[in-house]
Design a protein around this ligand. Structure first.
Ligand SMILES: Cc1ncc(COP(=O)(O)O)c(C=O)c1O
Length: 261
């Protein structure tokens, strides 16, 4: 497949930086905007309502298609839900994507897209040439689960538990990570993002942490140009509260050692 050239746009606590997005769109040949507006992977940050409006207005102004990857939307752990970009006035050309991978089970491989017109037809053709046919059985299972109220009950349960796990991780970081850092406070999803003030050898830290049974995703993985070497993504959904606490204690010890090396 042809490699698509990427133009990275910075994200802050309110989502995509609109001024930088405008600069990127003004560059010749930018055809689309990919965004994860709810509890973004890797930062956990949510795009504010007015930023969503701005993203759409800019994309429409420059004739770019927004691809809204809202895979974490159902994992809201507090606060009010924010309207998807696709649902805003002028959002007709937005391609909206969701999935049950994060909220239910990744192995199901069931997700969905909302698109219209020629773009929807092109996407269908692309999908067909990619895997011929999507599994109907798993789709039927998910549909029945939703219709019978199982998905709603499941979400209530996981949201309650993920909230406990997120709070436990934030609390453990606050108590045990005594080197200068900043951490995001996600209102949903399953990740949080830690940024350090001092440069950190991520490969060295990863090796040390792995030996102590702790894994994380190094920040460099999430930049098209490998920047922000001194950041990491932590997952708070996968482990019970006690394991999270112990994991952060061990990780904090490794980080301190790595910084003092
Ligand atoms: C933002 C985002 N989109 C898509 C995916 C992949 O989803 P799926 O398992 O439904 O292919 C991930 C998985 O990590 C993700 O974080």
């Amino acid at each position: 497949m042809r490699q698509i050239p990427m133009v990275p746009v910075p994200v802050d606590a309110g989502g995509i930086n609109p001024a930088r997005m405008a600069q990127a769109l003004a560059k010749e040949g930018v055809a689309g905007v990919y965004t994860v507006p709810s509890y973004q992977n890797p930062t956990g940050v949510s795009q504010l309502a007015r930023r969503r409006e701005k993203v759409l207005a800019l994309a429409n102004q420059y004739g770019a298609t927004v691809f809204e990857d809202d895979i974490y939307a159902d994992l809201r752990l507090g606060g009010r839900s924010i309207r998807p970009i696709k649902s805003l006035p002028g959002g007709e050309r937005v391609v909206y994507a969701g999935s049950f991978s994060k909220s239910l089970a990744p192995g199901l491989r069931v997700g969905f897209m909302v698109a219209s017109g020629k773009l929807a037809r092109d996407l269908l053709h692309f999908k067909e040439s990619h895997d011929i046919c999507t599994g109907r059985l798993t789709q039927a299972v998910v549909a029945a689960f939703i219709e019978r109220g199982g998905y709603r009950r499941h979400l209530m349960r996981v949201r309650r538990e993920y909230k406990r796990r997120r709070d436990a991780m934030l609390e453990a970081l606050h108590t045990h990570l005594d080197v200068p850092h900043r951490v995001t406070h996600p209102k949903g999803g399953m990740h949080l993002w830690v940024m350090f003030e001092s440069p950190l050898d991520m490969a060295g830290l990863e090796e040390m942490a792995e030996k102590r049974g702790v894994s994380f995703a190094p920040g460099t993985l999430f930049f098209t140009d490998g920047r922000r070497a001194s950041s990491l993504r932590l997952n708070f959904s996968a482990n019970p509260v006690e394991t999270i606490h112990e994991g952060i204690v061990r990780l904090a010890q490794c980080i301190k050692k790595e910084i003092m090396r």
